[in-house]
Ligand binder design. Structure first.
Ligand code: FAD
Length: 555
């Protein structure tokens, strides 16, 4: 029943999406008026609104622009050329690029420290790739990304990433080399897969860092890179204001964004003025349930939200919408991965082994790449699935195709982890009972699968013979297939100069406002693309750097 409610809810959201598009027009109307009259967010009750706009009152609380923060509430003003809001992958890189131009730069963040997540940085043909003998064909990669987004991704932005990421990452590698930091290819890819290639674009930064990888910053190897860059920009004059939450953008009568008003830890307001530009790098909105429900309801079907602490609440999205920015028109997608965090990825959870649902039925060709394993799991009955292997799993594993989060070798630690997370039984009916699925169906499913494996031909779902393994040797294991939600992917419309575009039909750049990382939109379709693991970071870092350059050269 619970599941039915969720699905009904999603259908409702389809209607809301259309309503929201109308609502955003209304906001645009409000903002245009506000921009001309008061040059700050409107309260949404403007008496000058035309009839249509009044009928299309925004419904979600974040769609109502707040009262402008009064000058009298501001206790301090900090002057800069470039104000960067957010200090994750995108913000740190924006600050770096701006500092390199000689601009006066401040970076503000609501968190107590900068933020680092994950490890895979997708970039094209850096010197590290070349040294490793990896040649990436941008045309082929972009073709897959277009295909995997159903051509919903903005091809101009995809090519910007493809053309610039190598240059940007080579520059970063150069900058951090004196600290003994380098990068290595992730190497878990499957570039030769005929149907779902995963290209070897992702790099992992390695080296020492003085920063703790903990709850405060994130349990993330990315700390190695970001910590080194933060040290560098601070030593070159960029001041980082932590525990400082941006609440409103200030847009002047001429339409330019020239300040950010933020609340400090003491509760006072500081105005950060930007002589050149503001860069929004506030990340995604995955910890804002109202926004998730509005734009990305699939995210709520994951088992766990991996973004911790829960600081990304779509503040940049909101602030920009309030001053007339346009939201991407295409649907948003969640970044879902079949893992549940630092405690360890369950073996085989994204591997092409037999997967069954709560009915005990096989439901797909299990060769789906990691993110797609999630998109099918969350629509199974009861939102559950298990990977099924038998006692021969360690011998069978090397036969399976490689790829992100796939198990192709099982060592002692892997065996121990499997034993700790899997349900285990000496017969299929007993396994079914432990799983709570119908025993007769599971028996039939396993028997049929074994028959196909022995025949070496998957007549039911077309899986490759090397990924078909007989399941007949006790004990049998059922490993729950996890779905972790990392972040939402959907944001403000931007152009190739990383300028935020307004909500008019002609989508004009808003002077003085840039965005990068997950507050910006346009790079994805309805699912995180499997072809390029790490493109989220790769684009946040590359786009952040470019946004900082453009912002510093504005005016
Ligand atoms: C567990 C996990 C693992 C991941 N692994 C990978 C991976 O391996 N490869 C990959 O490509 N992607 C990965 N991702 C996704 C990737 O980390 C993000 O997409 C990327 O970091 C986005 O960068 P960003 O700068 O846009 O946002 P973030 O890094 O989230 O930074 C946003 C910053 O803005 C600050 N902020 C928010 N609101 C305000 C405000 N109002 N005022 C001031 N500051 C504000 C936040 O405090 C935060 O520090 C992972 C994500 C998670 C959660």
């Amino acid at each position: 029943m619970e599941l039915d409610k969720k699905f009904d809810h999603r259908l409702d959201r389809g209607l809301d999406r259309r309503d929201f598009l109308k609502g955003s027009v209304a906001i645009g109307g409000l903002t245009a008026l506000a921009g001309l009259a008061a040059c700050a967010p409107s309260d949404g009750n403007d008496a000058n609104l035309d009839g249509d706009a009044q009928l299309q009152a925004p419904e979600a609380s974040f769609e109502t622009p707040p009262e402008p923060i009064a000058d009298s509430a501001i206790t301090e003003t900090v002057e800069a050329d470039v104000v960067v809001v957010g200090s994750g992958d995108a913000g740190i890189m924006a600050a770096l690029a701006a500092v390199e131009t000689g601009a006066r730069v401040v970076m503000i963040d609501k968190h107590e420290f900068f933020m680092a997540h994950g490890l895979a940085n997708a970039c094209i043909n850096t010197k590290i790739h070349k040294e490793a003998g990896i040649t990436l064909d941008p045309q082929k990669i972009i073709s897959y990304l277009i295909e995997q987004s159903g051509n919903q991704a903005n091809q101009q932005l995809l090519w910007l990433w493809a053309n610039k990421s190598g240059e940007v990452y080579d520059h970063l590698l150069e900058l951090v080399s004196d600290k003994g930091i380098t990068a290595i290819p992730m190497g878990s890819s499957n570039p030769d897969d005929v149907m779902y290639p995963e290209f070897d674009a992702a790099l992992l930064f390695v080296g020492d860092t003085e920063y703790e990888m903990d709850e405060a910053i994130g349990h993330s190897p990315q700390t190695v890179l970001l910590g080194a860059i933060v040290d560098k920009i601070q030593s070159e004059g960029c001041t980082a204001y932590y525990q400082t939450t941006a609440e409103q953008l200030v847009r002047n009568p001429d339409g330019r964004v020239d300040a950010v008003i933020a609340r400090t830890a003491s509760g006072d307001y500081t105005k950060f003025t930007a002589a050149k530009a503001v860069v929004l790098a506030t990340g995604d909105y995955g910890n804002n349930p109202e926004m998730v429900e509005k734009w990305c309801p699939w995210a709520a079907l994951a088992d766990v939200n991996l973004y911790a602490p829960p600081i990304n609440t779509g503040d940049g999205h909101k602030m920009a919408l309030w001053i007339g920015a346009g939201m991407q028109l295409e649907p948003h997608c969640p970044a879902l991965h079949p893992n549940t965090g630092p405690s360890g990825d369950p073996p085989f959870s994204a591997s092409p082994v037999l997967r069954v649902n709560a009915l005990g039925e096989r439901y797909e060709n299990e060769e789906m790449p990691a993110p797609y394993v999630c998109t099918s799991r969350i629509r199974q009955p009861e939102n559950k699935a298990w990977a099924i292997v038998d006692a021969n799993y360690a011998e069978d594993a090397p036969r399976g195709s490689a790829g992100l989060l796939r198990t192709t070798a099982v060592d002692d630690a892997g065996r121990e982890l499997l034993e700790s997370v899997a349900l285990k039984a000496d017969s299929i009916p007993a396994l079914a009972s432990a799983m709570g699925v119908p025993a007769d169906t599971l028996e039939k499913t396993v028997a049929r699968y074994t028959e196909l494996a022995k025949a070496g031909r998957d007549e039911d779902f077309g899986k490759s013979p090397n990924n078909l393994w007989a399941i007949e040797q006790a004990p049998f294991y059922a490993i729950p297939v996890p779905v972790g939600f990392m972040n939402t992917l959907g944001g403000l419309r931007i152009n190739t100069n990383m300028q935020v575009l307004d909500n008019t039909e002609s989508a004009q750049p808003i002077p003085g406002l840039y965005a990068a990382g997950n507050v910006s939109g346009g790079l994805y379709g309805t699912v995180y693309p499997s072809a390029v693991s790490g493109i989220n970071k790769g684009w946040s870092v590359t786009g952040g750097y470019l946004a900082g350059q453009h912002a510093a050269n504005d005016n």
